[in-house]
Design a binder for this molecule. Structure first.
Ligand SMILES: Cc1cc2nc3c(=O)[nH]c(=O)nc-3n(C[C@H](O)[C@H](O)[C@H](O)COP(=O)(O)O)c2cc1C
Length: 334
């Protein structure tokens, strides 16, 4: 039987989305999925407000810090800071195609520079004792997705990276926005399967366009794991089934209402620290996706959470509204 890896399922790093509030919410739904931070630039960590950028509640493990950068010294220092903060792994971003990222010659632009990427990985590995991993694309621009990807992986693996998460599409470094770069270049899952066949010694996870746990199970036959981004964010209740369906845990999934209730102490703590309620509730909007009453609940929460002095009570009220409408809908059917 295939060994279950902790990386069998992960939620992708997403700038402005997978912040600590989002992760606190997701962690209630799944204890086992690997969660990633947003990408943080190494220099921002070195010179910025560390606690604000890196702080997280104690129970978010397994948690990966994603770094961006192209200076070995900066990345080594930033990785060490992340390790000291308690992150379980450090991941290097080699997939982001935004112009800001390219002007700093990091992100997806590093696909063109396997030797530099290898030096970055080596510098980080030297600095920390936790694993250093790479999230990349199958190529950029006119690169040959067979030979160039193979060379990239071989050179970076030689520097000690044993785990790659491959977004199964190319990135176009000019002409496409980051959003278009997540949608327009075609997905090529077979290419990622071939990579795993050629390098079975490496841990290869796949990312891009995956929407269901059944699809994860399909990829799991060929690969070491699946990473979901937008589907997990827009439909976070999918995460409530991960521990059972992906990791084989024998715990029951929490209901949506139980997840909301479990979120209340976190919300109260954060409000007491001066955080505004919408910064937290914006990540919870998808919990009742496609359920009767979901739109009403979202509208209630959007309006009420923005009011001065809005507290956790608003979240429970929005939930009660949707739960009542779901119950009414269920009665009508039966
Ligand atoms: C809003 C947003 C922000 C993202 N920010 C990052 C990032 O910081 N680092 C990264 O490696 N990828 C980032 N991505 C890309 C995702 O990690 C993922 O590779 C991509 O969305 C494809 O996966 P999906 O189809 O499951 O969403 C971002 C995606 C979105 C939608």
């Amino acid at each position: 039987m295939k060994k279950i890896s902790i990386h069998q399922f992960s939620v992708a790093p997403m700038m402005d989305w997978t912040d600590r509030h989002c992760r606190a919410f997701m962690r209630l739904a799944t204890k086992r999925a690997v969660l990633y931070t947003e990408m943080l630039h190494a220099r921002a960590l070195i010179h910025g407000k560390r606690e604000q950028l890196l702080g997280f509640p104690s129970d978010q493990s397994p948690l990966v810090l994603q770094l961006g950068g192209s200076e070995p010294g900066d990345l080594a220092l930033a990785a060490k800071i992340g390790e000291d903060y308690g992150y379980d792994e450090i991941n290097l971003n080699v997939g982001c195609p935004s112009e800001r990222v390219q002007s700093g010659n990091f992100g997806a632009a590093l696909m063109l520079e396997p030797d530099l990427t290898a030096r970055l990985v080596a510098a980080m590995r030297e600095a920390v004792s936790i694993p250093v991993t790479v999230k990349c694309r199958i190529g950029v621009d006119e690169q040959d997705t067979e030979q160039d990807l193979d060379r990239f992986i071989d050179v970076v693996a030689q520097a000690g990276c044993e785990h790659f998460i491959v977004h199964a599409r190319k990135a176009w470094l000019s002409g496409l926005s980051p959003k278009d770069n997540r949608e327009i270049p075609p997905l090529d899952y077979q290419r990622v399967y071939r990579l795993k066949q050629r390098r079975p010694d490496l841990h290869i996870c796949i990312n891009g366009g995956i929407e269901t746990l059944d699809q994860c199970a399909q990829h799991g036959k060929m690969l070491d794991g699946s990473m979901l981004g937008r589907a997990a964010y827009h439909n976070p209740y999918i995460l409530a089934h991960v521990d059972r369906h992906i990791y084989g845990a024998d715990t029951a999934s929490l209901t949506r209402a139980q997840i909301v209730e479990a979120m209340i102490p976190y919300i109260e703590d954060e409000l007491a620290k001066g955080v505004r309620l919408p910064s937290i509730t914006r990540h919870m909007m998808g919990l009742y996706l496609h359920q009767p009453g979901a739109r009403h609940g979202r509208r209630y929460l959007s309006i009420e959470a923005c009011k001065d002095g809005a507290g956790a009570r608003v979240v429970l009220e929005a939930m009660a509204l949707v739960e009542n409408m779901r119950e009414e809908a269920a009665c009508r059917v039966s």
